[in-house]
Design a protein around this ligand. Structure first.
Ligand code: GLC
Length: 584
């Protein structure tokens, strides 16, 4: 069995995503902080993860959950200090955990000193040239330079008092940088070195496909900006997935990542067409790319099988390893996705109870079923070669919180859209974690699903502020202390799965389908969808079998190591269950 070269730890790591403002609050501010992560390093080490990816913790006005960065080389004072960051990194390293820092290079916050300087400088000035300012169209220049829509809805250009417009592919508080400007490039090299020097082992690169832009052409209005659906596969989109974006990452690789020992790695968050993913994952580029196919797939044989095949194919083409992602801070929690009807569209991924009711849809969350499938999905994911990204709270089996009152939402997505049309966006997966069943929020009236003056141990008892997003009453049953004491809990299941993965994992990333892998040929899967059995094995005979069909499935010969649900009396694998085996 080939052992993993320690400098290549990231090729098959389990990376735990911390959304810092919702992880653990040590000050009573209602916002999680860096010391909260440090306090829970033991918890994360015992969970069995290899690395912690910290979503942005920088100074920010929180127009987009911290993905609007006002200073790339500092900590939001509400979340701590650089000293706290250093202590967190030291504590994590001492516990054997790596640290991955989130870099947001496409846009800054409007509060960034460079953007403030740009606003106060004249059109055509070097200050404006760090961002993308243009004159408008029409006789008075009062029409935006293009008709593009930003990612959250509404125009992608905002006008400043002297009449020019600046580009923002996200909110107007997130102006896009001009990556043709050498000064911008140099500044990010400095930022990357800064975090490497402070102990970062790797980076997650936000919207990695969007940095290179070509606005000097006549067909700009033919594009809708952020939509990846109709994106060309040849790099010819004016702002997304252009070939020149890789010049930027090749420079990062040469000038920063490979200058450190061990070389740093990065993972691209780039929603690009599958056939273009390998460009970001190649060794002279960022090194890895998120494969979001699991996050998008319904719980059916064909969808999950295609997601795996897609990830493996991309890894093979890039020479890197695949990544597997079921949940993150941008999508509805997978326990909920699997608890909803598995209709063959993606609309349930962004559904909320409120929206569903208004649209006349059913929102019937079958929680036991969602939990059962989430357990099976974890085993399906964790035996695959490559890295698995676990989102905070999924180890507790948390469900989406779909009914946060409108006046408590923070996500710009629903808030800037027409309420009649909108879902409630991404806050439902960002609710602060429940650490204890005690210290529950107190309901103000019998129908209050949330309450106040309590935080399930997220904040210190008697904290001055409530958690920044409200925690529902039902979080009590998912608190870390409750689940720790229950051998059958999701938390203890995660611990078992990750411990076994560590024992079985080798450096060999080959993977082969087993003979028993097959569609059932019937619509006997979830909600009348196609069923079947996914079955694959690693080089050392470590095999995973997952049954999507209603008929229990026979397992290949071998020793059963772990199952996500009990086998039938005949030793068969029931529907919505996975088994790990050591093949004979
Ligand atoms: C990424 C982040 C998302 C953010 C967006 C803009 O997609 O994951 O949360 O809204 O970038 O920075």
């Amino acid at each position: 069995m080939a052992a993993q070269d320690p400098s290549l730890w990231w090729r098959q790591a389990v990376v735990y995503q911390v959304y810092p403002r919702s992880f653990k609050d040590t000050t009573g501010s209602g916002l999680g902080d860096l010391n909260g992560v440090t306090e829970k390093i033991d918890y994360l080490a015992a969970l069995g993860v290899d690395a912690i990816w910290l979503s942005p913790f920088y100074p920010s006005e929180l127009a987009d959950g911290g993905y609007d960065v006002a200073d790339y080389r500092a900590v939001d004072p509400r979340l701590g200090t650089m000293r706290d960051f250093d202590r967190l990194t030291e504590t994590a390293h001492a516990a054997g955990l790596k640290i991955v820092v989130d870099i947001v290079p496409n846009h800054s916050s409007r509060l960034h000193p460079w953007f403030q300087a740009a606003l106060h400088a004249a059109p055509g000035s070097p200050e404006r040239n760090r961002y993308i300012f243009r004159d408008g169209r029409g006789p008075n220049g009062d029409e935006p330079p293009t008709r593009w829509v930003n990612h959250f809805g509404g125009p992608a250009w905002t006008r400043v008092p002297d009449g020019q417009w600046y580009l923002h592919m996200f909110t107007k508080e997130q102006p896009d940088f001009n990556w043709d400007n050498r000064e911008v490039r140099e500044d990010f090299l400095t930022t990357l070195r800064f975090w490497c020097d402070h102990g970062a082992d790797g980076f997650r690169v936000d919207v990695a496909q969007a940095l290179a832009k070509d606005l000097n052409r006549d067909d700009l209005d033919d594009y809708g900006v952020m939509s990846t659906n109709d994106m060309p596969a040849d790099g010819s989109h004016p702002v997304l997935d252009r070939d020149e974006v890789h010049d930027i990452y090749h420079e990062w690789r040469r000038e920063v990542f490979n200058r450190y020992d061990p070389p740093r790695f990065a993972v691209a968050e780039a929603w690009v067409r599958p056939e273009r993913q390998y460009l970001y994952a190649s060794p002279d580029d960022l090194g890895q790319i998120f494969n979001f196919e699991f996050a998008k797939a319904d719980w059916t044989y064909p969808a999950m099988k295609a997601a795996i095949a897609e990830g493996l194919a991309c890894a093979e083409r890039s020479g890197s390893t695949s990544t597997w992602v079921m949940s993150n801070h941008d999508v509805h929690r997978h326990a909920t996705r699997y608890a909803l009807p598995q209709v063959p569209t993606h609309e349930y991924h962004q559904i909320s109870a409120d929206w569903a009711l208004r649209m006349g849809r059913t929102y019937v969350e079958n929680r036991p079923l969602g939990t059962r499938r989430a357990r099976a999905a974890l085993m399906l994911e964790m035996a695959l070669p490559g890295s698995a990204y676990v989102y905070q709270g999924e180890e507790l089996g948390l469900f989406e919180v779909p009914d946060i009152p409108w006046d408590r939402l923070e996500d710009p997505w629903p808030l800037r859209s027409d309420r009649e049309e909108s879902t409630k966006g991404r806050d439902g997966c960002r609710v602060p974690l429940p650490w204890t069943a005690a210290d529950a929020p107190v309901p103000e009236h019998p129908n209050d699903q949330f309450g106040s003056h309590g935080s399930f141990g997220f904040s210190p008892a008697g904290a001055a502020s409530d958690p920044h997003l409200p925690q529902p009453k039902w979080f009590k049953d998912f608190a870390v202390d409750v689940e720790s004491d229950d051998p059958q809990s999701m938390l203890n299941f995660y611990r078992r799965v990750l411990a076994l993965r560590h024992r079985l994992q080798t450096a060999d990333t080959s993977c082969r389908w087993l003979d028993c892998d097959a569609p059932s040929g019937l619509n006997d899967g979830a909600d009348g969808q196609p069923g079947g059995v996914i079955a694959y094995a690693r080089e050392n005979g470590w095999a995973c079998v997952t049954n999507f069909a209603s008929k229990p499935a026979a397992l290949p010969g071998g020793e059963v190591l772990l199952t996500s649900a009990p086998l039938t009396d005949d030793g068969l694998l029931p529907q919505d269950a996975s088994a790990w085996l050591s093949l004979r």
